[in-house]
Design a protein around this ligand. Sequence first.
Ligand code: NAD
Ligand code: TYD
Length: 360
Amino acid sequence: LQSSRVLVTGGAGFIGSNFILYMLKKYQEEINIINVDCLTYAGNLENLKEVEHRKNYKFLKVDVCDKKAILNIFQTYDIDRVIHFAAESHVDRSIRNPEVFVNTNVLGTLNLLNAAKLAWETEDGFKPGKKYLQVSTDEVYGALEGEEGYFYETTPLDPHSPYSASKTSADLMVKSYVDTFHFPANITRCSNNYGPYQFPEKLIPLMINNALNGKKLPVYGTGKNVRDWLYVEDHCKAIDLVAEKGRVGEVYNVGGHNEKKNIEIVTMIIDTLLEMLSAKDPRRKLISHDLITYVEDRKGHDFRYAIAPDKIKAELGWEPETPFSEGIKRTIAWYLEHMEWMERITKGEYQKYYEKMYRM
Ligand code: NAD
Ligand code: TYD
């Protein structure tokens, strides 16, 4: 490990908290993590309870758009790595309210780039060993129309939703810093993640939660849209690897090799829940395929996403390790064991945790 001080933004969100837990487990005391998150509805510090008292972990409640606060962090800590997760991440919300997506995803990224550049630049370039990693998405490539083909790093950017347009804009700001200043950055673009701690607005946790409560399972349009699902821990491994070994300035696509139609996912969730819950469990009676309800389609709904992670495999030896059949069982088991986590989210109680924990 070349870096010891890692600034993680959005570390209280789904992938960010999985990443922090993964890194602290992997590197133990060798690493220092500073988690910068402003705790929007999607930020849940309870995800990080088991590490919050560690000396090499620090949480700062800061908005990535706050120029002064971000500059101050770079002046206070000698940051080696930036792993930038913080974002507004939900497509449906971006269709209703795009403005916050531009603020956080585009201007927030620009603010971080500027602060890192200022802290890292020398007279003839940048301090050695520094790296900025932009966590992006396959949605910047737009949509694949038929059943065939993949997104490659060379696929033209063609975003459709306000969310993907904001992520693309952020990627282009990063690219412009690489091209203009030789700024030491990488961009990773990954497919749909699933696993523990995902906020129940996204397909998989929403369906698990609704099914366990006997609520309808809303499938958009025909249910035939395809997503490529990646187990979150596999994604965390890819990010760590790219931050350490990725060639400066390069983009790496990170895919799960696991394309599924939405309706297949929903069906699998129902079947797996029925398999896992004991006959005596009262929740079992609530669950059936009759809960599936086709609803109005998402506006501009991208048909299919699929990534061939050839470049990251060839250059860095990364491959998705977790088969979907196993990952989905692990995920459902986690949600079954953490019903209280879900309850606190649906009641909004998790949002009081910061005041209680940090007394501010
Ligand atoms: P999430 O919505 O679960 O978490 C986002 C986190 O960022 C939250 O903790 C939130 O409080 C924080 N945040 C939001 N605005 C902020 C701001 N202005 N300042 C500081 N913190 C702020 O998101 P996620 O699913 O964990 O996604 C993380 C990153 O990965 C995002 O950049 C997203 O675009 C990208 N990504 C996600 C997926 C996926 O399937 N979830 C797929 C590809 C790429
Ligand atoms: P989502 O989890 O929102 O991720 P993204 O839109 O970024 O890929 O949605 C995944 C797929 O599931 C997408 O095709 C939309 C669909 N979907 C539903 O059918 N019903 C739902 O309630 C949700 C949230 C999503």
